[in-house]
Each structure stands twice: as structure tokens, then as C-alpha cells.
Ligand binder design. Sequence first.
Ligand code: SF4
Length: 493
Amino acid sequence: MTHYDVLFLHPPRVFKGFWRKLREKPEQKLRPQFCFVPMGLFSLAADLDERGYAVSIVNLGIEQDLNRFFNVKRYIQSVQAKIFAIDLQWVLSSSGAMALARVCKQYHPNSLVVLGGMTATWFHEEILRTHPFVDVVLRGEADYSLPQVVEAAFKSQGLTEVAGISYRQGKHIKQTHTGSILRNLDSIDPTRLELLANYEKYVYAGVYQCGRTGSKDGVSSESALWYPVLRGCSYNCAHCGGGQRAYRVLTGRDEIALRSPRKVADDLQILADKGVQRIKFSHDLEIGGEKYYLTLLQEVRERNLDIGAYVEVFRLPTQKFASEMARTFHSPAFALSPESPHEQVRRLIGRGFSNHEFFKALDGLKKEGIAARVFFTVGLPGEVPHPDPGWGRWLTRFKKFLEDVMAHGGLPLPPTVYTIDPNCLMAVNRDKYGINLLLKTFADYERVSASESDLDWIGHETKTLSQVDIGVLTSVSALTVHSDLMRMNVQNA
Ligand code: SF4
């Protein structure tokens, strides 16, 4: 039996049978198993490793996919750990995380079952009240609280002195005060990939095909890794749980924290040496300011790295940033999110750029040879405004916007169902945004996260769109994008 001090476990969305179903009927539409581990796990595990604890990260969805005989229950039974640390960052892990926590406690009643991540933080009180097999929730960023919980567990001490946690003590649920957070990210190490079992496979993980390698079946043939260059955000998009105000409520962070340019460049070198071919930056480097990204990119260039980059642009990229990225990385790709073809919708959610500015930015990326992927979110407040006679006009407008995107060199991505973040501004300030919330409690998220029905995952309605409207409009928009892309491929063939 393998013994760990701390075993980090990333829960698969569906605890049992997902990959078998997909193998038996590859064409069926399942919600993604979502095997991406939160970026912060590597540095949390690295810190404990440096303190002398025996740690490992196991991404159970990857293990299920790599080995069809892998059984989560049997695996948990076969290992020993003083602490089972389960991440519950995204709402879609809610059901899997709870199923996993239950099994950990069932087979290891004397071990501590600890949850962390943004969803666990938001629902910490409900989770502890309704799930007796969870012992501790680390609230917010856990760089300080996790090592203290581990130390307390090994010294058989109480947890009252550990800031930033909620925990079970007998029949009572206790909550300590919010703790400190890192003011910059230089003290952590996000490069210890080898702490994750099968990391060589993980870097090829797709959404459905996670864990499989090679270009077969459309699986990525390029290895890539999400890399935490900074924390927090300076913007407040109404539909995002990671915006400045939403994130502050969870973590106490009111300013972004950066990793210094030299450290980032060193990390990229280490990661490239470990086989990562493309870095997916957690944040738009431009929010660190021009001096920051110029220094960082210069440091990267000095190392002569042959590495690609992917950046999710938070507003619109400046031409200078685009040109510096193109000088630094091979085949850079940017993700741009106008979200809607309508400027008034964008303004309402806090993304004030006009269509003209957006297309100009696309032209700028094209000039630099940067691939631009364009993302939409269907069902935002203000979409299909009255007295619009119906969806027909919206779709006509959407189609025209897609044509313009492609004419300016962008690649539109089919919209997928958007599930409202429980702590985002439009969920919290419902009157302001005209939102009717359908998913309110952790129990709601736990229920829908196990569902394969897209409709279940739509957790809100707007003044103009019901849950069904949002579902239909999302499907029709996705089909429209698919057919336009197919037409483009035929024309280019
Ligand atoms: S969507 Fe991006 S830019 Fe907007 S608040 Fe969230 S993290 Fe920030």
C-alpha cells in the first residue's frame, strides 16, 4: 500500500462510467469530464514537498481514461494518506468532489478530508453542514492555510489558530478569520509537474479526450500547460466569478499579484525542458502593465525558447503587445471574447469596446500572424432586447457578425452552455442585471454537475430569455458557427 502524507486528488466530473460510455458510443454528446487540475495545485504540492512531506497529485479522470480497469474506489482503498486534499475550484466538479470525499472518508475514517478552491470557498458553510465526510474547507487562496493544516494534523493540534479555514469540530462547524495572501508570486514554484502522476499525458489533455496523446481523433498533438502568471483581475465582468470584486469576496485579494518577469521566463525554460510545447497564460499579460510584459517578453527572448503561447485577452490587445508576443513565441494564439454581437450587451457586462474597435484589433492580430479565436456567451443580460420581434433578427445579426469575424481573420468558436458562477456580479446583484437565478445552493450545483443535459446546466434566466430560450439559442448559435466554418473550409479547399 502506498503511503502519503498529503494526497491531492482532482475529481472527475462523473465518478463512474464516463469513459466507458464514450468508448461504447463515441458520437454521443456528453458534458466534458473536465480533467484540468487547478493551476495552483502544483505550487501547493511543491511547497509541502519542500517541507519534507510525502505528496502526490492524482488526476483521477486521467487515470480512468488511461487505464480502463482503473476504479476510483479501489484506488482510494489501496492508498493511505494522512490528508486527502480534494480540489473544488469549478462548479462542474461539485458532484465528483463530493462523491470522492465520501469514498475517502469511508475507507479512511481517521484521515482528514480537506477541500479547497473557489466553489468550496463560496459554499463552505453548506458543504460542511450537509456533507459530514468533509472535515475542512480551505477558504480562498491556500498558500498559507494548507501547510498550517498539515502541520496541525501531524502534531495532533487543533485548527483554531489556522486562519482562512472552516472546519468541523465535533458537532460544530467553526470558521476562522480570513488569512493573509501572497502579495507577489515569487515565493511559489508552479513548475513541479512531476508531482502529478502521468503528467506527460496530462499536458496533452483535451476537454473530452483528456489523457490521450497523439493527433488521433482530433486530440491535440501539441503539449500545453495552463501557467499561473498572476492572480486576481483588474476587471469586473458581470458573468465572471474571477473578477476583481467577485474574487475579493472569496479571497480578500483586492490587487493583482504578479510573478516577476525573470521568474516567469525561468519557469518557461523549465517547463519547456519538461516537454511543454505551448504555455497557456492564466491571465492577459497586459493587465500587469506595459513595463511588466515588455520585461517579461524580453527575458523570454533572451532564453531562446522554442515555445508557443496562448493568451486569453481580457479586453482588446494593443498592437504593441501583439507585436511583442509575435516576436517572442512561435505560433501565438489569442482568445478574444466579444461575447455578443451587440455592443449594448457588452457594455452591460462590463466590456465596453465597440464592434469597430474589435474588428480593428482582429486586423492587428492578422498583421502579426497571430491566430485569433473568438468566443461568445449566449444568455447574457440585455440580449434579444425588447421590442425585438424574435430570435430571427438576433440570429441574422449574429451570422453577420460571424462573417465579419472571419473576414477579419478570426476563428469563431461555437458557443457552449454557460453556467452561472455563484459569486459573479450578475448572480449577486440580480436586480441590477435582471437575473432570475435557478441555481442557488451547493445542492443545486451538485445535482446539475452530474447531469448530461445542457439545459440543466443553464442556471439563470434574464428578463428576455428563459432557461429554454438560452438553451435553444446556444444550440442554434453553435450550429450556425459550425456551418459557417464548414463553408469556409469548403471554400478554402
Ligand atoms: S472574464 Fe476575464 S477579464 Fe473579465 S473579470 Fe473574469 S478574469 Fe477578469
